[in-house]
Design a protein around this ligand. Sequence first.
Ligand SMILES: [Zn+2]
Length: 189
Amino acid sequence: MFEILRFLHIFSDAAYRAHCARYTEPDDEKFQQLVSEWDAMLAGGLRCGLVRPAVCSASLYACTDFVGAASRLRPSSVLAIARYQPDRADVYRAWMGDTEPGPRGEAMRERLHVSREDGRFKVAARDEVCGDCFGAGGQRTGQRCSACDGAGWFSRGGRQWRQLGRMLELRKLGPPTDQRYRRAYDAIG
Ligand SMILES: [Zn+2]
């Protein structure tokens, strides 16, 4: 689990640097370089898809709005990691926080699926949390969430495993600080 945790921290850091540069790096080539470094950690056809805000002048990247936006960013936390073996090779599922903490704290924003490709870890699929049920798949009353049809997550591209199989290992590193996601976090396992 140590290796995968290390990879996720590097991934989260690359995402953070690219997000900051999106607002504050006037040199477009340097921004694209950071996007490429982040993309290199994604498998197959996955791309981070990060684009610049539409501005017409490089000086805008030093304006207070943009600098302020960048200063609110931080590397997203690794909240939990689980290991599976759907077809003999390890697949890890990682529950990640957010690059921009909201007024209620850090959300549980993304779920990554990581596998090895030519001996290196790559993010093979990404899911985004459902904003209606906060990843729980249903309401507190037990009613199924109609937005995500009970899944709690939406696929945002990448490989689809029909079944990940039994969870072989689980490490919970700490819940998201935004309590609305707590129910989904507590249900992991
Ligand atoms: Zn939902």
